[in-house]
Design a protein around this ligand. Structure first.
Ligand SMILES: *Cc1c(COP(=O)(O)O)cnc(C)c1O
Ligand SMILES: [Zn+2]
Length: 366
């Protein structure tokens, strides 16, 4: 039905493997063909499982769900322009990470996994912890010591073990890899099931536009968990001839941490080594993205580009959205700052879609 394939050496792994990367160190991707027809979904429940035939599920009875997905797509104005924005801050745990966690933890449950480990700068940890709580799976979440207090409180409230690692986000990643030697690694960056959850963003956007693709999408780029998922979704919808072509992907980074923008500008296939500075956009402050080359390739193939935003643009975007009644966290505001910049030069007739990636309450008091 489907299997995993190493993106470096093409070695194949069965769908029920617990490996999180290939012996060669390569990233595992899913080789999966959706059998999906738009006509079938119109009278289904308004959640992401309405695209059931497009989702890799080993065991239907193991699905873990809060009825998530099918978030509203609302027009938001930016001066004389407007864009469609997915309200993905409205998920159970307050960020779009629930899309990925729903598929990944359902898969872990289908495999009979009793305990998982995960590392996160916050929101992925919240999502994995919540879905594990619902599934009755134990989990330890490794976080950088500097993570927002509200996110730590949320992770702990779900009953997850909270393991705080001093140092950088990369130090946290190294710590969890050691733990992953003997515990299932429910990784939002390495595990391809996560990306087949976030791809539902693309399915929903196209359905909500009347089964049409937008001209461009403006998305965050840290580890690219939404961006790469969306790219998979648009690619599948194009292959099935449900849309005529995928949109251009405009990827947004914070100027304080822009290994991918730099790589894009210099024509590099790999993320560039950078000195990371502090940024309020903690969710995308990833200096060494594991799937960096895939993000660069996806953006280039789409005909899109990269935008890096300043701390002051992030603050302005957050205030501007709040003044229209949308309370989003700084990382989400960084994406909107990039959207505002993109709209100032985009052709008038372009249909542009972006996203509110995380709720403002996440970083309140920070
Ligand atoms: C995870 C996250 C992002 C995007 O991060 P990636 O590292 O690209 O997956 C953006 N905004 C918020 C609020 C997030 O939690
Ligand atoms: Zn390999």
């Amino acid at each position: 039905m489907f299997h995993l394939t190493c993106s470096t050496c093409a070695k194949e792994f069965p769908a029920d493997t617990t490996a999180w990367r290939c012996q060669c160190g390569g990233l595992l991707d899913l080789t999966f063909e959706p059998g999906f027809w738009p006509d079938a979904v119109s009278d289904r429940a308004p959640d992401l499982w309405r695209y059931r035939e497009a989702l890799p599920v080993l065991d239907e009875t193991a699905i873990v769900s809060f009825g998530e997905g099918y978030t509203p797509l609302l027009p938001v104005s930016f001066g004389r322009r407007s864009a469609w924005i997915k309200q993905d801050h409205l998920f159970q745990t307050g960020s779009y990470k629930d899309r990925g966690a729903a598929l990944l933890i359902s898969h872990a449950r289908a495999l009979g996994i009793k305990k998982v480990v995960e590392d996160s700068s916050g929101n992925a940890g919240c999502a994995v912890a919540a879905y594990c709580a619902r599934a009755g799976i134990a989990c330890d979440i490794y976080v950088p010591e500097s993570t927002s207090p509200a996110k730590l409180e949320q992770i702990a409230a779900y009953g997850a073990g909270l393991i705080r690692i001093p140092g950088s986000r990369e130090d946290t990643a190294r710590a969890v890899m050691a733990a992953a030697e003997n515990t299932f690694y429910a990784s939002h960056t390495w595990n391809p099931f996560f990306f087949h959850g976030t791809k539902t963003w693309a399915y929903e956007v196209c359905e909500q536009l009347g089964w049409k693709a937008p001209d461009s999408v403006v998305l965050p780029a840290g580890n690219g968990t939404l961006l790469l998922g969306a790219a998979i979704g648009f690619k599948e919808l194009t292959a099935a001839k449900i849309i005529s072509r995928p949109p251009a992907i405009i990827a947004v980074q914070a100027e304080a941490c822009q290994p991918l923008t730099r790589a894009f500008e210099t024509g590099s296939q790999q993320p560039v080594k950078i000195e990371k500075r502090d940024t309020r956009a903690e969710g995308i402050a990833i200096a060494e993205p594991a799937r960096g080359w895939q993000i660069l390739a996806a953006v280039r193939a789409s005909g899109g580009g990269f935008i890096s935003v300043t701390e002051s643009e992030i603050r302005t975007a957050q205030q501007r959205m709040a003044s229209q009644g949308y309370f989003i966290e700084p990382t989400a505001a960084a994406v909107i700052a990039g959207l505002a910049r993109y709209l100032s030069t985009a052709p008038d007739k372009e249909i542009v879609v972006s996203t509110f990636s995380g709720h403002g309450l996440k970083a309140a008091g920070h």
